[in-house]
Every structure is written in structure tokens, then in C-alpha cells.
Design a protein around this ligand. Structure first.
Ligand code: ATP
Ligand code: MN
Length: 429
């Protein structure tokens, strides 16, 4: 018989037989009756077992919480009008017995410490409110993917084992690659740009990015999921337009799919107005000066300074026109003001979610930029070659998916938005 999800028990016909499956959340065994609160990924329902009807009732009495069962039974007439329907079982199949004690309680009102939760994610995510974060991530990404597809983007997959560092520098994980030294990619940047020369016109990729960040912070992981786009015949304004509208589409989709559950979980999620405000780096400097903060052009903002800026410009906003000296070699300098670049960060309050820019498409300028950043152009020959035989102007961005989910769900630690976080000390599970 087909399985009925517990959320649909409410709508099922009274007195007709249904089949439900899930975990035993609670079990109360009395002499002449056994009650089970059964849970699946959609909800809970009470199952009543009368010893006369159930051949294996003595085994059932001994089951530990969180054991997995299937129950066949009917919804009795008397619960027709109540919101707490029950199922009177005619058959119970034990599929898997849970051991005791549980390393983590599912219904315990006291929440376990975070380390215990992460060490037991399989139990932690049986709590609906914890799993909701990942449902939101899924819906969000689905909405964004749909948006990209409907704007003619092609989803691509680029290598994660690479010979050259995207951004250079110390944030690299080395790997042994047969007799060569290789790295785990920090970003798909170089490969997605090559696809512009390949004429794919617009591409996006959702994939892992690896950064050997030494410090443990609440917004850095050593492996995160990067949502990247690159588009041809486009500049940073076009990329910002795609970014804000893809986020809006993702949130719309999320609220469509999960709105009531999000509301009842206490998460405040609203469809943001587009376009998002654009504030230039120079305006940020001027603003910080009015607040008595001493900051000079060419410096990156400290977390404190970003908090100050975030207290003025809340929600989603762009910081545009970053100094060229602060951005990677592939960032296009501004034609009007060569000290700054055609670049942007998307912020949410004080948090950076995305960096993007128009890219350099002239191979001569690119080579100069490599040298000025202390990088050897020879290491990037496979990349520069793609610029020598017809490379269109292009722009794009990289967005940290966990950071986005973190701000959408108002989480304090990015690890809560990561199934199995990789950080300075954690690689298991
Ligand atoms: P930050 O300054 O916050 O360390 P970044 O400027 O070094 O980030 P980018 O190279 O711009 O990072 O990467 C693009 C996006 O990827 C960032 O805006 C962020 O959302 C995400 N991201 C970067 N590094 C990490 C990380 N270590 N963990 C999680 N997300 C990250
Ligand atoms: Mn950045």
C-alpha cells in the first residue's frame, strides 16, 4: 500500500485503511493499550495499538524511542472533526530498532551544546526546526537556479583539483596529485571566465570552494558552497542586477514552498525590494569619517567598521567601487577613476555575502595585473590563452550559499547552516 505522509493524515478519509511510516517519538505502553507518537519528515500523529489486534505487541512494547516502524490502520470516526487525528493500528512492522541511550534527545526542551549536535547531525536534524535551515537552503537555491535558467544561464561544473591558485596566496590546500603537487580550488573564477571565451555567453555553477583560512570565525568555513555566475558583454551593473533579482527569486520561491513553516518558526523572511541600495566605497569612507572613524582610502574595512556601516545601511545593499589595490588581478579598473575598480560586494547589515565585478578582458592588461600582484603570468598561461583569441567583456560574482542562508535564518554561526562543517579543527563527521 502507498505510504501516506503524516501531514496528509489530516486530509485522509475516515475509516479507510492507510499506511504510515516513521520514527517512534514517544511510546506509552499500558496494560490494555499502547500509544505511540509517530513522526516523519512532515509531522506527527498518534497511533493507538490494542493488544488483541497486533500480533507482535510484546515486541512493540519493548521498542526504544527513535526506532523505525510502519503502521497500517484506520482513522476512527470519532476523531473526524478534531485536529489531532489518530490512527488505530491493525498491523505494525518493525523496520529498525534504535539503541539506547540516544546521544541526543529529539524532543528534549533543553538544547544540546553545538559540538554534540554536530557530532550527531543525523539525530539533530530530526528536529524540524533544525532541518528547516536546510529546506530553506534547498528552496532558495532552486529559486535561484530557476531564475538563472530563465535568463539563459548554462549550469556548468569546473574542476576542483587545480594546478594554479585562483587568487594566489596562502589560503590554499595542497593535494598530492600522482607525482605532481596540486591544489583544491578556492573559486571557479578562472574556469568560468574561460567559458566566456568559449562563447557559452552566460554560465553559473554551484559547487564547493576550499579556503585554508587559518582562523576560526563564525562566518568562515574551510569548505563552503559557492554560487557563481559569469556573463558576457556585461559589466558590474549587469552582474548586480542579476544578483539582486536572483536573491529575490530565491526568497519568493522559499516563501512559496515554506512560508507558513518559516512564519511559525519565528524566522522573519520578507521579499526584498529591488534594486538594492548602492553605496560607493568612497561614500563609506566619508560616512565613517562623520562617525569619527579614522580610515584611509585603500584600506579594507575592519569588522567594526562594517558594523558601523551596517548600522546605517541595513538589509541588503551593495558597496561598489572598491580600490583596485584591494581586489584580485582579474578585476577591471574603472575607466573614469583608475584608483577604483568596477567591483562590488553585496552586504547584509554588516556581513559580506557576495563579491563581484566586471573582469579584465584584455590579455595585455591582465598580464600587467598579474605582475602588479606579484604573480607569475606563466603559471596562468592556460587562462591567459583564452583571452588572446577573442574574449568578450564580461562580469560576474561569487556568493557564499551558507552565508546567505545564515542571514536569511538569522543564525549566529555559519556552521548552523552547514550540514557537516569543515573548520580549523573539524573534519569528522
Ligand atoms: P571574507 O572577506 O568574508 O573572508 P572574501 O572576500 O575573502 O570573504 P570572496 O573571495 O569574495 O571572499 O568569496 C566570495 C564569497 O564567498 C564571499 O562573499 C562569501 O560569501 C563566501 N566566502 C568566502 N570565503 C568563505 C569562507 N571561508 N567560508 C564561507 N563563505 C565564504
Ligand atoms: Mn569578497
Amino acid at each position: 500500500m502507498e505510504r501516506t505522509y503524516l501531514a496528509n493524515v489530516q486530509g485522509a478519509a475516515v475509516n479507510s485503511e492507510i499506511n504510515v511510516c516513521g520514527w517512534i517519538q514517544e511510546l506509552r505502553a499500558l496494560k490494555n493499550i499502547v500509544f505511540i507518537v509517530l513522526r516523519d519528515n512532515t509531522g506527527t500523529v498518534q497511533v493507538t495499538l490494542k493488544p488483541d489486534n497486533i500480533s507482535n505487541i510484546n515486541e512493540v512494547r519493548e521498542l526504544e524511542r527513535e526506532s523505525v516502524i510502519c503502521v497500517t490502520g484506520v482513522i476512527p470516526e470519532r476523531t473526524k472533526s478534531t485536529s489531532n487525528r489518530e490512527i488505530v493500528a491493525s498491523r505494525l512492522v518493525i523496520l529498525n530498532r534504535a539503541e539506547k541511550p540516544l546521544p541526543l534527545g529529539i524532543t528534549d526542551p533543553v538544547s544540546a551544546d553545538f559540538e554534540t549536535r554536530l557530532n550527531n547531525r543525523f539525530l539533530d536534524l530530526r528536529k524540524r526546526e533544525n532541518a528547516l535551515v536546510f529546506r530553506i537552503e534547498s528552496s532558495m537555491l532552486w529559486g535561484m537556479r530557476r531564475f538563472f535558467h530563465s535568463n539563459n544561464f548554462v549550469e556548468i561544473h569546473t574542476p576542483k583539483i587545480v594546478a594554479a591558485a585562483t587568487e594566489g596566496g596562502a589560503d590554499l590546500f595542497g593535494v598530492r596529485y600522482f607525482e605532481k603537487e596540486a591544489y583544491l580550488n578556492q573559486s571557479p573564477q578562472l574556469y568560468k571566465e574561460i567559458m566566456m571565451s568559449a562563447g557559452l555567453d552566460r554560465v553559473f555553477e554551484v559547487g564547493p570552494a576550499f579556503r585554508a583560512e587559518q582562523h576560526n570565525t563564525v562566518r568562515h568555513l574551510n569548505e563552503f558552497t559557492s554560487v557563481d555566475i559569469e556573463m558576457s558583454f556585461a559589466d558590474h551593473h549587469d552582474a548586480m542586477h542579476m544578483l539582486e533579482n536572483s536573491i529575490r527569486a530565491g526568497i519568493e520561491r522559499t516563501l512559496d514552498e515554506l512560508g507558513p513553516e518559516i512564519a511559525s518558526s519565528g524566522i522573519k523572511m520578507e521579499i526584498p525590494e529591488v534594486p538594492f541600495p548602492r553605496i560607493s566605497y568612497r561614500e563609506c569612507i566619508a560616512f565613517l569619517k562623520t562617525r569619527g572613524v579614522d580610515v584611509t582610502f585603500g584600506e579594507d574595512f575592519s569588522p567594526e567598521q562594517l558594523r558601523e556601516i551596517g548600522s546605517q545601511y541595513s538589509g541588503f545593499y551593495f558597496i561598489t567601487g572598491w580600490p583596485s589595490s584591494l581586489r584580485a588581478f582579474y578585476t577591471m579598473p574603472s575607466a573614469e577613476d583608475p584608483e577604483i575598480s568596477n567591483s562590488f560586494d553585496l552586504q547584509y547589515n554588516e556581513k559580506e555575502i557576495t563579491s563581484g565585478a566586471q573582469r579584465v578582458h584584455d590579455p595585455e592588461l591582465l598580464t600587467k595585473r598579474f605582475l602588479s600582484k606579484g604573480l607569475n603570468p606563466d603559471d596562468f598561461d592556460f587562462y591567459i590563452r583564452a583571452f588572446r583569441y577573442g574574449m568578450p567583456p564580461h562580469a560576474g560574482f561569487g556568493l557564499g550559499l551558507e552565508r546567505l542562508v545564515m542571514i536569511l535564518c538569522n543564525l549566529q554561526n555559519i556552521r548552523e547552516a552547514t550540514l557537516f562543517p569543515r573548520d580549523r579543527t573539524r573534519i569528522v563527521p
